[in-house]
Design a protein around this ligand. Structure first.
Ligand code: ARG
Length: 466
């Protein structure tokens, strides 16, 4: 029947769609994953129809039982998906009507347009919670490594040139901050998704006496006080894809963050740096060069991040020129969203595994951070504390750096005479600046990398991440 004339809309057609058109236009192959949300939406809609008297309690019961049996079949892998029935909605409705006569009443006061909008809002609420928890797990792994290596110091870099010393833990905590903003963004998307579009119909609602708030409450579209949240404009409700874009954007930005983390790890694990070694379980070897250990998980994280940006761009381009309201183009909104979700979840897991298994090469880190040049700014600060204007202090220390360079020695190896000839405020104790313990201890303001701050941030994150 389906290929002659579709069972849901075939009434005014003389001929069924071409086989090519069926193959071209079906979405069941990818939107079937929405089945649990679709069925939850249908059950709530059905309960509402019974509540307002559009179907009987008996019919409601029969439809619920039918939908439950379909969900069980889908979960067990027994459900016969038929691409001639286009999408997840029609596959389920067709199966329902063949099992339960009252199934033909389910689509009362509903369109696939408000149905898919509802399915996707339920999907986003779930997806944001799932992905948020995986990002949190990666943060926890980072915190664990930070705490276990709390005494390891590293050069911090700007322009990929050695800048100033930081605790490795401070660097790891910077990543945790980035990931926390990703989690907050995901929570924001879930919050925006928390409005029920059902009742918007195809575009202009319905003439039937439905109770939108009742359906919304059944589906958990409620505010903190349990009051129903429903969309406020039927046209916007079926045309809007902002949340899709915001979700993809949150994933893309998460991707930018894990890509930067991955890049740091690739640099840190290179023979030139050797600050960390990455876990064998997340690296691969070379088929040609026996000595190689490649940071593949990090490189793939970097690569996947490009894909997440692509998905965001696909969605922006998809929606940009569409007239109000629903257009079939919008069926193409799902593959990029699902891909962004699936890839972000696996990337969060791989990030967790990679950072969780990495170890710091303490000797090598100590050697790198012992470069006295890293404390040149502290020396300028010393002059400032003695009343020298910062610009002048900067120049004086610059001259000392140049002097040491010329003499081919380290700054602390210069004599006090030489140094005081550049500026008398250096005094006799200038070399005491070249002490990492002092340098870190003095960085005690909020957000700075000193040990007292580190303890504070550890406590804060242990509390936040649980
Ligand atoms: N499979 C469709 C989609 O994802 C559902 C909505 C179809 N609506 C329609 N009027 N053809 O966009």
């Amino acid at each position: 029947m389906a290929n002659k004339s579709n069972f849901t809309w075939g009434g005014r057609f003389h001929e069924g769609p071409a086989d090519l058109m069926l193959r071209f236009s079906e979405s069941a192959s990818f939107d079937r994953r929405l089945a649990p949300f679709d069925i939850a939406g249908s059950k709530a809609h059905c309960s509402m129809l019974a509540k307002v008297g559009l179907i009987t309690a008996k019919e409601r019961k029969a439809i619920h039982a039918g939908l439950d049996s379909i969900l069980a079949d889908i979960a067990a892998g027994h459900f016969a998906w038929d691409r001639r029935l286009e999408d997840v909605h029609m596959n389920i409705e067709h199966a329902l009507t063949s099992r339960v006569a009252a199934g033909a009443k389910l689509h009362t006061a509903r369109s696939r347009n408000d149905q898919i909008a509802t399915d996707m809002r339920l999907f986003f609420k779930d997806a944001c919670a799932v992905l948020g928890a995986r990002v949190q797990a990666a943060q926890r792994a980072l915190l664990g490594v930070a705490v276990a290596n709390r005494d390891v110091l590293l050069p911090g870099y700007t322009h990929l040139q050695r800048a100033q010393p930081v605790f490795a833990a401070h660097h790891l905590l910077a990543w945790i901050e980035m990931l926390d903003r990703d989690r907050a963004r995901l929570a924001g998307v879930a919050e925006k998704a928390n409005e029920c579009p059902l009742g918007s119909g195809a575009i202009a609602g319905t003439t039937l006496p439905i109770d939108r708030e009742y359906t919304a409450r059944l589906l958990g579209f409620v505010d903190k006080r349990g009051r129903a949240r429903v969309t406020q404009n039927s046209m916007d409700a079926v045309a809007d894809r902002d949340i899709f874009i915001e979700f993809a954007s949150a994933c893309a930005l998460f991707g930018v963050h894990f890509s930067r983390i991955a890049e740091d790890l690739i640099i840190w694990s290179s023979a030139e740096f050797r600050f960390v070694s990455l876990p064998d379980a997340f690296c691969t070897g070379s088929s040609l060069m026996p000595q190689k250990k490649n940071p593949d998980s990090c490189e793939l994280l970097r690569g996947k991040s490009a894909r997440l940006q692509g998905n965001l761009h696909t969605l922006l381009a998809l929606v940009k020129g569409l007239p109000m309201t629903y257009n079939r183009d919008l069926q193409e909104d799902k593959p990029p969203v699902f891909d962004s979700f699936d890839q972000s979840v696996i990337c969060a897991d791989v990030l967790e595994g990679t950072v969780g298994g990495m170890s710091f090469n303490r000797e090598r880190c100590a050697e790198a951070v012992s470069d006295p040049g890293l404390l040149a700014t502290d020396l300028a600060d010393l002059l400032v504390s003695r009343g020298v204007a910062f610009r002048k202090a900067h120049r004086a220390v610059g001259a000392i750096v140049a002097l040491a360079e010329r003499k081919g020695c380290a700054i602390p190896d210069l004599s006090s005479d030489e140094v005081n000839r550049v500026h008398p405020a250096f005094g006799g104790d200038w070399a005491s600046v070249f002490n990492l313990g002092r340098a870190m201890e003095m960085r005690r303001g909020t957000g700075m990398p000193g040990p007292s701050q580190l303890s504070r941030q550890f406590a804060r994150w242990t509390k936040t991440l649980g």
